[in-house]
Ligand binder design. Structure first.
Ligand SMILES: *[C@@H]1O[C@H](CO)[C@@H](O)[C@H](O)[C@H]1NC(C)=O
Ligand SMILES: *[C@@H]1O[C@H](CO)[C@@H](O)[C@H](O)[C@H]1NC(C)=O
Ligand SMILES: *[C@@H]1O[C@H](CO)[C@@H](O)[C@H](O)[C@H]1NC(C)=O
Ligand SMILES: *[C@@H]1O[C@H](CO)[C@@H](O)[C@H](O)[C@H]1NC(C)=O
Ligand SMILES: *[C@@H]1O[C@H](CO)[C@@H](O)[C@H](O)[C@H]1NC(C)=O
Ligand SMILES: *[C@@H]1O[C@H](CO)[C@@H](O)[C@H](O)[C@H]1NC(C)=O
Length: 390
């Protein structure tokens, strides 16, 4: 009983597989994705076949190939391989309108069909940036628009301001089977935008590298001036330089220098070269207000520097020393004067005692020379004598 059942099962299985091989088999296909303009291979296979024909038809249900026989007059469509187990055709120069569901049919009874989807990618066009006014004026509101058309599916647009991503406003319109994608950036221009590169990048599944377009913004803006100087403490006799640092587009030129509202007084010592004013030897008479002024078509600007020329003698480490020495000298002179006056009076009063002292020395000494030495031994007396003879 068991053996009989087992044999029955094997027989059934065999019959089923043979039946399926001949009658129940479906053709095998694969979805295909190609870029517009490329070639699409459409392959259809069957594992078991008894000379039954295979057929490819397009989304419009038109037969393309029946076995190795071409059915539709389209020079782009060619036969690659036709056998009892395979029918492969090729569509050259694929266009977006070729996209759709293709059908492979196996002409058994009943007919078995399998569908394959042909996806055609639309390659985006190179992005174009519009809305550039060259140059833009500071304060203008600028709208930069980047447009790319022909993508399918719709491409992605990204904006970069000097490599840093910025957000734009996206708009997508279908034009036929592809898309026109547009992204806009709106901003108020200021001087920091001068020379800034705006890049529009288009990314798409059909591109290995994004497409990029860059425009460099030129912004015109009013000048701004500042004065820098070479010395912290300008002193008489020194070399001194002032520079009028200016920014502005167009570059504000020429730079005009003036002093105290008038022309520069000393052309020989004061040299103007471009944006620099050099005073070769500073003089006290140079102090005053120096002003530089420059303009471009958007406006003018000026900057001022108040110069105070210091006297090197009244400055720095030498100053206090000089004062001290002066003071000491004054005191010494004063004391000396006082001494002279006091001594003068003393001498006048003791004129008589001088001779007496000399006579005293002479008495003790054996000769005249010794008498004088003895007298000089007394310092006060020697001074008295000196002063007296003067
Ligand atoms: C299509 O088939 C041809 C050869 O039959 C091959 O050279 C080509 O690369 C194939 N194309 C694709 C997109 O598979
Ligand atoms: C298949 O077709 C070929 C010729 O087209 C023929 O020789 C062969 O006998 C056929 N086979 C079957 C199983 O019908
Ligand atoms: C083929 O593409 C169709 C339509 O896009 C989809 O529905 C189907 O699942 C795809 N089949 C395979 C095997 O990827
Ligand atoms: C999209 O269509 C609207 C209305 O027709 C039009 O105003 C706009 O400019 C279009 N945009 C693009 C990106 O083509
Ligand atoms: C400064 O200028 C005056 C007058 O021009 C001149 O007499 C004087 O010598 C100058 N002083 C120095 C330090 O150059
Ligand atoms: C230099 O400047 C000082 C202070 O501003 C002023 O008092 C002085 O008179 C000026 N000297 C000359 C020679 O102009």
């Amino acid at each position: 009983m068991i053996v009989k059942q087992y044999l029955m099962f094997i027989l059934y299985s065999l019959c089923a597989s043979v039946f399926k091989g001949i009658q129940g088999q479906y053709p095998i296909t694969q979805n295909v994705t190609v870029v517009e303009g490329a070639t699409a291979n459409m392959t259809c296979r069957v594992d078991y076949n008894d000379n039954t024909s295979l057929q490819w038809s397009n989304p419009a249900q038109q037969t393309l190939f029946f076995g190795d026989k071409k059915a539709l007059r389209d020079h782009r469509i060619e036969l690659v391989r036709a056998s009892s187990q395979e029918l492969t055709i090729r569509i050259n120069d694929v266009s977006l309108s070729d996209e759709g569901l293709y059908t492979c049919s196996l002409f058994t009874m009943p007919v078995r069909t399998t569908k394959a989807f042909l996806t055609v990618l639309g390659v985006p066009g190179r992005p174009e940036i519009t809305g550039f006014t060259k140059p833009a004026m500071e304060g203008d509101v600028v709208t930069l628009t980047c447009t790319t058309s022909g993508s399918k599916p719709a491409a992605t647009i990204r904006w970069f301001r000097n490599d840093k991503e910025v957000q734009g406003t996206k708009e997508v319109n279908a034009t036929g089977k592809s898309f026109t994608v547009r992204s806009s950036l709106q901003f108020q221009v200021d001087k920091r935008d001068d020379g800034v590169a705006y890049t529009c990048s288009v990314e798409h599944v059909s591109l290995s590298k994004p497409y990029m377009t860059t425009e460099v913004l030129e912004v015109h803006y009013a000048p701004h001036l500042e004065i820098t100087h070479s010395l912290i403490i300008p002193q008489e006799g020194q070399y001194f330089k002032l520079e009028c640092v200016s920014i502005g587009n167009p570059i504000p030129e020429p730079v005009e220098w003036s002093k105290d509202g008038g022309e520069l007084p000393d052309i020989e010592r004061m040299i103007v070269e471009g944006r620099e004013l050099t005073i070769t030897t500073l003089n006290k008479t140079d102090n005053g207000t120096y002003r530089c002024e420059a303009s471009n078509h958007l406006g003018s600007s000026s900057a001022e520097y108040i110069l105070f020329v210091y006297d090197p003698n009244a400055l720095g480490q030498h100053g206090p020393d000089h004062a001290l020495i002066g003071g000491v000298v004054a005191v010494v002179v004063f004391i000396t004067l006082c001494l002279i006056i006091v001594l003068g009076r003393y001498l006048a009063r003791h004129k008589g005692t001088y001779l007496t002292h000399e006579a005293k020395g002479a008495e003790d000494a054996p000769d005249a020379d010794t008498a004088i030495i003895n007298a000089e031994g007394n310092h006060v007396h020697a001074e008295e004598k000196k002063e007296y003879f003067i």
